[in-house]
Write a protein that binds this ligand. Structure first.
Ligand code: NAX
Length: 326
């Protein structure tokens, strides 16, 4: 039998994981022929809930689920892994400033980064989900210098999927008709959903919708969709976030389809004038086997370029707020 892909997942007793773990265990992430082993990490106070999650995973009798480990010890969680999904993070509490959130989460990601550096395979593929995701990934990268930095990514696939869904609804087409969506920047309200290169069933999206819609409705709707879900649900997106992590890892492992790309937050190499080293969302092609490339040579309008700079400025500010941790 094929060896299982071993996946460490932090925050495994939380909302996102309650939908995501079952998708991974049933083959949604690495395909229907690839066994998986889950190495689930939680804080001690959440271990009882995590044991209940394991009971439910066991009760599904998933043929592909080779093993489920539940632990509050990061070393145990990160040993022998092929991939690590960092979902756990401290939520923003009442009266808490964004800078306090950055610092509190920074501590979690610097300490987990150091442990990952000590025990994990240097080629481990990382996706950071816990917010502020891009800056948490930036801190983790700095604290795990033995890891290949290209393998430290953050999730903007949820924003990418939201953007596709909004455009499909506007033009009245199916989701598979839409290719080449882009999310630039930070996973925050400064993100830049961009339809400039989108094709809808082979036609330019820019010819099907007017620019005012793209600027005044599409961009803010996608960028503020997380807040809209919180307002409606009373808590943040969970199932759609879990689905996006499955998509992010599946595309990274198996590749983007011909004539399309995805959006991933990856370490900037200076492409499009974005400061090297920041974890910034770009259009990316994946070849399968863990290789990715930032799509080069796109002509960016002055309007989009201005917004990309604003999102970069926000990430630079966040990086400055956590400078003692990197
Ligand atoms: P929950 O609060 O339901 O779960 C988080 C879990 O993490 C809890 O069980 C907690 O005990 C655990 N945890 C906290 N610190 C930990 C640590 N040091 N080690 C291990 N586990 C730890 O949140 P959930 O709804 O699952 O969301 C998780 C994170 O995803 C949040 O930071 C949230 O803001 C973020 N999101 C990111 C999205 C993205 O697209 N990048 C979208 C959805 C979501 O907002």
């Amino acid at each position: 039998m094929t060896d299982p892909v071993r996946i460490a997942i932090t925050g495994a007793a939380g909302q996102i994981c309650y939908s995501m773990l079952f998708r991974i265990a049933s083959g949604g992430m690495f395909g229907p022929n690839q066994p998986v082993a889950l190495q689930l990490l939680e804080i001690p106070q959440a271990m009882k809930v995590l044991e209940a999650v394991k009971m439910e995973l066991d009760d599904c009798a998933f043929p592909l689920l080779a093993e489920t480990i539940c632990t509050d010890d990061p070393k145990t969680a990160f040993t022998n892994i092929d991939a690590a999904l960092f979902v756990g993070a401290k939520p923003r509490g009442p009266g808490m400033e964004r800078s306090d959130l950055l610092k509190d989460n920074g501590k979690i990601f610097s300490s987990l980064g150091k442990i990952l550096n000590d025990v994990a395979n240097p080629d481990v593929k990382v996706c950071v989900v816990g917010n502020p995701a891009n800056t948490n990934a930036y801190i983790l990268k700095a604290n795990a210098p033995k890891l290949n930095p290209r393998n430290i990514t953050a999730l903007t696939r949820l924003d990418h999927n939201r953007a596709i869904s909004q455009l499909a609804a506007k033009v009245g087409c199916g989701v598979p008709d839409i290719k080449k969506m882009v999310i630039w920047g930070n996973h925050s309200t400064t993100q830049v959903p961009d339809i400039s290169y989108c094709q809808v069933a082979g036609k330019d999206a820019s010819g099907l919708v007017d620019e005012a819609w793209a600027r005044e409705e599409f961009i803010p709707t996608v960028a503020k969709r997380g807040g809209a879900v919180i307002a409606a649900r009373g808590s943040s997106s969970a199932a759609s976030a879990g689905n996006a992590v499955v998509d992010h890892m599946a595309t990274w492992a198996m590749g983007t389809s011909d004539g399309d790309w995805t959006s991933m937050s990856v370490p900037s190499d200076g492409s499009y004038g974005i400061k090297e080293g920041l974890i910034y969302s770009f259009p990316v092609t994946c070849k399968g086997g863990g290789e990715w490339e930032i799509v080069q040579g796109l002509e960016v309008s002055d309007f989009i370029a201005g917004k990309m700079k604003e999102s970069e400025a926000e990430l630079l500010e966040e990086a400055d707020a956590v400078k003692e941790m990197v």
